[in-house]
Design a protein around this ligand. Structure first.
Ligand code: NAD
Length: 410
């Protein structure tokens, strides 16, 4: 089952549990807009390569759509569509005045030069410029995109708009209107929910054994936060393999050696596979890379007490059931990784008001928001006797459904 089909199934169940009629599902099962674009880029060897990209806008009943842009060879229209739905759910969970959006380009930035990446980033903005903007749809970073790419995109949009438009995109460098705390926001949010989940399970994060899949933006900051909090990070990975040390890895050394794409394992001989990593003995497992990593095939072998999804869609529906039945506390992606969009929202608010907050102010607001969201969903799961994913979807879908109803769409 692909990620879109499984997402739709959970959305449908959530709406049924909340008592909404079928039309609401008919509206919310798909993006209201899906733009496919073709982007010609002159490569360094003089040839022209034409890339395919997408921008999905799931639902804008609550407010403008918002969501990252992914540069990855495996991007598909189906994946971008599912990612946009998840963004809508996240916005509902942390109560932001947004709907969900998402973008993606089929490319491998690891094989491209800086100049080629700039051409691709600017070409993408030109191609989608008519449907995006600070009051329409606001992009952000995602897998293999970063603050430099956001800066090029913002500059290109500002040229088209003939106005400096920092509120067009979030995840920018601070000097261009980025927010303090945005770069580490996703990991900070994950850290907050890990602490809450650990309390529920009577686990002390200090001394807990943690495994993190992915060493990019989300995974690397998370490893640092947990390491500094006294946890023992016993495993990390990237796209090429994984590292394991039951006594705890030297996180500061690994952070120092990782490249900008979150690659570090290539420097070592004694690696294990990503599959082996997920099955390591640990207390807390955090998938922070890509989709479909915990499936019906390996869910029975997961040894963690708590699984916290920093990545979008790392656990299949079948695996969600297996983990829940085994008594493992699964904190779903739409809750666990909502810290990124929360601080992106703070960045957009600061851009709109032209007045900037300190990192302490951002941290305080993020903390309050994540704790509230975790407890609302945990309590919903308990009282409704549903798993945490369904509880999160029930909480996340409600505002969007209500807004669509008040507007007279359904
Ligand atoms: P990133 O590009 O910074 O890092 C991705 C990491 O995953 C790298 O270490 C890379 O080597 C690894 N990876 C890539 N393909 C892999 C594969 N097939 N198997 C194993 N590892 C692989 O990306 P990120 O921003 O850290 O995003 C990671 C996840 O977190 C994604 O699912 C993303 O959607 C989600 N997320 C990110 C943010 C954000 O603000 N960056 C916010 C919410 C959710």
């Amino acid at each position: 089952m692909d990620v879109l089909t499984s997402t739709r199934a959970v959305v449908k169940t959530a709406l049924e549990r909340l008592g909404y009629p079928d039309e609401v599902y008919e509206l919310l099962k798909d993006s209201i807009r899906m733009l496919k674009v073709r982007i010609p880029v002159r490569m360094d060897d003089g040839s022209i390569k034409v890339f395919t990209g997408y921008r999905a806008q799931h639902n804008d009943a609550v407010g403008p759509t918002k969501g990252g842009v992914r540069f990855h060879p495996d991007v598909t229209e189906v994946e971008v569509n599912a990612l946009a739905i998840w963004m809508s759910l996240k916005a509902g969970i942390v109560d932001l005045p947004y709907g969900g959006g998402k973008g993606g380009i089929i490319c491998d930035p690891r094989e491209m030069s800086f100049r080629e990446l700039e051409g691709l980033s600017r070409g993408y903005v030109r191609a989608i410029s008519q449907v995006v903007g600070p009051t329409k749809d606001i992009p952000a970073p995602d897998v293999f995109t970063n603050s430099q790419i956001m800066a090029w995109m913002m500059d290109e949009y500002s040229r088209i708009d003939e106005f400096n438009s920092p509120g067009f995109i979030t995840g920018k460098p601070i000097v261009l209107g980025g927010s303090h705390g945005r770069e580490s926001a996703t990991a900070k949010g994950v850290t907050i929910v890990i602490n809450e989940a650990a309390k529920k399970r009577g686990i002390d994060v200090k001394g807990a054994r943690v495994v993190i899949q992915g060493f990019g933006n989300a995974g690397s900051f998370l490893s640092k936060f947990l390491h500094d909090a006294g946890a023992k990070v016993v495993g990390i990975s990237d796209a090429y393999g994984a590292l394991h040390d039951p006594n705890g890895l030297d996180i500061d050394y690994l952070l120092d050696r990782r490249d900008s794409f979150g690659t570090v394992t290539k420097l070592f001989d004694n690696t294990i596979t990503n599959k082996e990593l997920l099955e390591l003995d640990c207390d807390i497992l955090v998938p922070a890379a890509v989709e479909n990593q915990i499936t019906a095939e390996n869910a029975h072998q997961i040894k963690a007490n708590i699984v916290v999804e920093a990545a979008n869609g790392p656990t299949t529906m079948e695996a969600t059931k297996i983990l829940t039945d085994r008594g493992i506390l699964l904190v779903p992606d739409v809750l666990a990784s909502a810290g990124g969009v929360t601080v992106s929202y703070f960045e957009w608010v600061q851009n709109n008001q032209g007045y900037y907050w300190t990192e302490e102010e951002i941290d305080e607001k993020l903390h309050a928001s994540m704790i509230k969201a975790f407890n609302t969903i945990y309590n919903t799961a308990e009282t409704r006797r549903v798993d945490m994913r369904l509880a999160a979807y029930m909480v996340g879908v409600r505002k969007m459904a209500e807004a669509s109803r008040f507007r007279g769409w359904i």
